[in-house]
Design a protein around this ligand. Structure first.
Ligand code: FPP
Ligand code: MG
Length: 296
């Protein structure tokens, strides 16, 4: 099924009649396709494949723009498009992919175009909050949660909700599941930034703090440190960390259990999502648990 989604994306891009764009797309490594897996788990007819292709194109576009914003050099284990071809090409490929995706989205049945396009507005607002929050060390859990709800959970929620619409199911429990899956996914991503090496991640490790991203594990850590330790943590904000500083951070995480606490939060959100589904679907349970317990 996922291969069919990839084929539809290639077909959509070929329809643009631009060998340059076709070539650029072929250079992008494939991601986890979480959103497609989720949609196709809920329903798997022709429309679901179209919806999956549209959502993946929007997601890819958002990552192309995100890598420009974050000045990222690596994405999915390979050199990012912005680092290979420059910011202008990466921004334009993003614009082309999401414009074509929106054109195809208008052909899907109501209210799917509204659900997805609204989520993309939320996603963009979330990225803007992320940029704003990165200016200073953020200690507000509610601001962090608002940001990840918009930046990451909105499109996952919209994917699950739209798939339920296609399958003529009650969209509400699927939307709640999708939102919590998205929140848990981002928190786990933020934990893995600290615990995993760059080879496993396919992007630099312990990069969030350097980027000014005070993610949930860092907020929990900050709240558990004494004043001199707090001051030391603040001094590392947005800094290229040396080995000793990395080791100090890992030791502090160990002493405070901040990583376990963040994982617990992800698990609680996961539980909330599964509760909304009731006994509806074993495979959706598996998607949630494997996502929370993943190591990359
Ligand atoms: C990754 O965040 C970024 C997102 C999930 C959303 C980015 C959204 C935009 C740039 C808005 C523009 C939208 C479109 C459709 C063009 P991250 O930096 O925390 O994750 P990372 O570590 O994987 O880079
Ligand atoms: Mg990024």
């Amino acid at each position: 099924m996922l291969e069919e989604v990839v084929k539809v994306i290639e077909k959509f891009v070929d329809e643009l009649n631009s060998p340059q764009v076709t070539k650029l797309l072929s250079l992008l490594p494939q991601g986890k396709m979480l959103r497609s897996k989720l949609i196709l788990e809920i329903t798997n007819d022709e429309e679901a494949i179209l919806l999956s292709a549209i959502v993946e194109m929007i997601h890819t576009a958002s990552l192309l723009h995100d890598d420009v914003i974050d000045k990222a050099t690596i994405r999915r284990g390979k050199s990012s498009l912005n680092s290979l071809y420059g910011d202008k090409t990466a921004v334009m490929l993003g614009d082309i992919l999401y414009s074509k995706a929106f054109y195809e989205l208008t052909k899907l049945k109501d209210p799917i175009p509204q659900i997805i396009s609204n989520a993309v507005a939320q996603l963009s607002l979330g990225e803007l909050i992320d940029v704003e929050l990165s200016r200073e060390f953020n200690t507000s859990i509610s601001r962090y949660m608002e940001m990840i709800e918009k930046k990451t959970a909105s499109l996952i929620e919209a994917s699950a909700k739209s798939a339920a619409v296609l399958a003529s199911l009650d969209p509400t429990p699927y939307a709640i599941y999708g939102k919590n899956l998205g929140l848990a996914f981002q928190i786990v991503d933020d934990i893995l930034d600290i615990t995993q090496n760059s080879l496993t991640l396919g992007k630099p490790s312990m990069n969030d703090l350097k980027e000014g991203k005070t993610t949930l594990p860092y907020i929990y850590l900050y709240n558990r440190l004494n004043p001199p330790q707090k001051a030391k943590l603040l001094s590392l904000f947005k800094k290229e960390l040396n080995r000793e500083e990395r080791e100090w951070l890992l030791e502090m995480f160990k002493q405070t259990n901040a990583l376990e606490e963040a994982k617990k939060t992800a698990k609680e959100l996961g539980e909330r999502g599964l509760e909304a589904l009731g006994k509806r679907d074993e495979k959706l349970k598996k998607i949630m648990t494997s996502l929370i317990d993943r190591t990359f």
